[in-house]
Design a protein. Structure first.
Length: 166
């Protein structure tokens, strides 16, 4: 009897179709700075611009939503590469800096690469009152780079500051 049950289970699982992963499954993880950035670019790649906009929580580089969306009109896909994440606390908030580089495939097939630093903030959850504000992007400083993004990931945000001509 037990052998029959195992055989039926084996036949069932062997016959169950496995859905193909298109590499762009929905991702919305705001638990760490890196996972939030992965989720942000996942939203952009899925053309879910309202979700991408929400990761900025009022701090988007372009305060007009339609201008934000229009900024991605020629973007087909973005690949994110991350360097070191640094965190520090100050006055009831934790701030996170993540060194990144991105490679943006344009709809015309060209690639654009950028590198820089993204700053994220989380007000301490225990002291917040509604509405709750989760970890969000506070700001980003990216600049165009030559060569592949994967080979040009800054190790730290400090490295990017050291390269600034100012």
């Amino acid at each position: 009897m037990t052998r029959s049950v195992w055989m039926l289970a084996l036949i069932f699982f062997a016959a169950t179709p496995v859905l193909a992963d298109d590499g762009n499954a929905y991702l919305d993880d705001r638990s760490t700075a890196v996972s939030l950035l992965q989720s942000y670019y996942n939203a952009i790649n899925r053309h879910e611009y309202a979700r991408a906009w929400s990761y900025w929580d009022g701090h988007a580089p372009n305060p007009d939503y339609q201008d934000f969306v229009d900024g991605f009109a020629q973007t087909e896909h973005v690949t994110l590469f991350t360097g070191e994440e640094m965190s520090e606390g100050a006055a009831g908030s934790s701030f996170h800096s993540v060194a990144i580089s991105i490679e943006a495939l344009q709809v015309d097939g060209t690639l654009q690469a950028y590198a820089g630093c993204v700053t994220l903030r989380l007000a301490q959850p225990a002291i917040q009152e509604p509405p709750f504000r989760g970890l969000h992007i506070e700001g980003a400083q990216l600049r165009s780079i030559e060569g592949p993004a994967e080979a040009n990931v800054p190790e730290t945000c400090m490295e990017m500051q050291d390269l600034d001509p100012e």
